[in-house]
Write a protein that binds this ligand. Structure first.
Ligand code: PLP
Length: 229
């Protein structure tokens, strides 16, 4: 079981590196976040023992529990929709929160990071597909949103994150990921800041995302196998 996991991990790592090289990029500029939601500690441990250090979770109680029982040098990424009442756990345990998509959430993270004496690294979650979903800031609203993020004393905004539409064609995926990169480039110019991270791409489409400039790909099932729940 764990042998399969480590084989799949090394397959994902080499495919990610190959996709970077094919796009004329440095493979070191692309990190695979192993999405370990619902995955038990033994399986996470196997991936850790294979040398992997970046893991992603979307449920904060689950993250807190895993963090308490796994090595301290793991870098935890909060990737899913974050509820207001889970912000404290998220700030306590996350190196990077990918999924910040409301001003209310931004302010709450800023306040709690201040209380905990931490600078919290975040990404703004953008909805660039125009698809109706509850999560992600619309493209037109990103400027105002980033402005607010920059003004937060205890937050470092490192870039943008997006979720592609479920079941999208390769062409639609390229367009979604390409649009996120263009938004990032535009915001960097407008605010004269660096937004180095683009979190985009999952098990089915991380190579396409890397071709479009992803620096963080969030890969669950391609490493750990199908989720039980
Ligand atoms: C679950 C999840 C992933 C990983 O999905 P896979 O298809 O299993 O790779 C990536 N990003 C987010 C936000 C998720 O919730």
């Amino acid at each position: 079981m764990t042998t399969n996991i480590t084989l799949r991990l090394s397959d994902v790592n080499s495919r990610a590196a190959a996709a970077a090289v094919a796009a004329g990029r440095n493979p070191d500029d692309v990190a695979v976040i192993a999405v370990s939601k619902t995955v038990n500690r033994d399986c996470i441990r196997a991936v850790y023992d294979a040398g992997h250090r970046q893991f992603g979770e979307n449920k904060m109680q689950e993250l807190a529990k895993k963090a308490a029982h796994l090595p301290d040098d793991i870098e935890w990424h909060t990737i899913g929709h974050l509820q207001k009442n889970k912000v404290r756990l998220a700030v306590q345990h996350s190196d990077l929160i990918h999924s910040v998509d409301s001003v209310q959430l931004l302010r709450r993270i800023d306040t709690i990071a201040g209380e905990l004496g931490k600078r919290q690294k975040i990404l703004l979650q953008a909805n660039v597909t125009g698809e109706f979903t509850k999560h992600g800031v619309a493209e037109e609203a990103l400027e105002d949103f980033l402005q607010t993020a920059i003004a937060c004393a205890n937050i470092d905004c490192l870039g943008l994150m997006t979720m592609a539409a479920f079941g999208a064609s390769q062409q639609a995926l390229e367009s979604t990921f390409g649009t996120l990169r263009t938004c990032r480039d535009r915001l960097e110019k407008k605010f004269d800041i660096l937004l180095p991270e683009l979190s985009m791409g999952m098990s089915g489409d991380y190579e396409i995302a890397i071709a479009q400039g992803a620096t963080l790909v969030r890969v669950g099932t391609a490493i750990f196998g199908a989720r039980q729940v």
